[in-house]
Design a protein around this ligand. Structure first.
Ligand SMILES: Nc1ncnc2c1ncn2[C@@H]1O[C@H](COP(=O)(O)OP(=O)(O)OP(=O)(O)O)[C@@H](O)[C@H]1O
Ligand SMILES: [Mg+2]
Length: 210
């Protein structure tokens, strides 16, 4: 399965979710490749911080030809996760064309809900040619014990894209693990963050293989 994690809005958690979802899939025994489609190369930077052996290979492909190259590059893998760039629309479009599933991280803020407009339009355009394409919002950086998570759910309901039934909470361990080039489960496999990532993976697999 090819999973693209996209949102032209910056800083919503594309790289954080890409790395941890890839790690979670690899941990369950799948052969996983991460494609860093962001010219900033954040996933590659993450890998460069790592002392241990890699959890999965990462290739940098910040070119709008991902959809043409992916069959060749990804042929030996069960799952490919594409970490998308902020802003660059041609790259996002190429990643959408390459993908089976799109995950759109959104933070529980009205700005994020409004900014999702752009990626939703790209997905709707692609669906004209690619009827099998599926996509979900993933709420990231939810603050526990606040109503805003529910509010954002209501606001996102205006878009023709469902919300994946697995939100990720705001937790410092995501930044701490990233600084060491690690997945959250490597810092603490019993942590809430690691459990939420497992639930995200399970929800995704359930939606794609019902
Ligand atoms: N659930 C979370 N809890 C705490 N911090 C988070 C969470 N998700 C992301 N972050 C932090 O927010 C910042 C932005 O996250 P990230 O780099 O994953 O976003 P991005 O969408 O890839 O950004 P860009 O658009 O620049 O590529 C990072 O410092 C990351 O550690
Ligand atoms: Mg990023």
């Amino acid at each position: 399965m090819i999973i693209a994690i996209l949102n032209q809005k910056g800083g919503v958690g594309k790289t954080t979710l890409s790395i941890n979802l890839a790690a979670s899939l690899a941990r369950s025994g799948a052969r996983v490749l991460l494609i860093d489609a962001d010219p900033q190369g954040s996933s590659l930077d993450w890998a460069a911080m790592r002392q241990e052996t890699p959890l999965f290979p990462i290739v940098g492909l910040p070119r709008p030809t991902i959809h043409k190259e992916i069959a060749q590059i990804g042929k030996d893998y069960d799952h490919i996760v594409i970490d998308g760039p902020p802003r660059v629309t041609e790259l996002a479009r190429s990643a959408i064309m390459a993908a089976d599933v799109i995950l759109i991280p959104v933070q529980p803020s009205p700005y994020d809900v409004w900014a999702a407009d752009e990626v939703v339009k790209l997905i709707q355009d692609a669906k004209i040619y690619k009827e099998t394409l599926i996509s979900f919002f993933v709420i990231n950086r939810k603050i526990t014990n606040t109503a805003i998570g529910r509010d954002v759910g209501e606001a996102l309901a205006a878009y023709p894209i469902p919300i994946l039934d697995a939100a990720i909470t705001q937790r410092i361990i995501f930044a701490e693990s990233a600084a060491q080039g690690k997945a959250v489960y490597e810092i603490d496999q019993t942590s809430f963050a690691a459990n939420e990532i497992e639930s995200l993976k399970d929800a995704l697999l359930k939606e794609t293989n019902p």
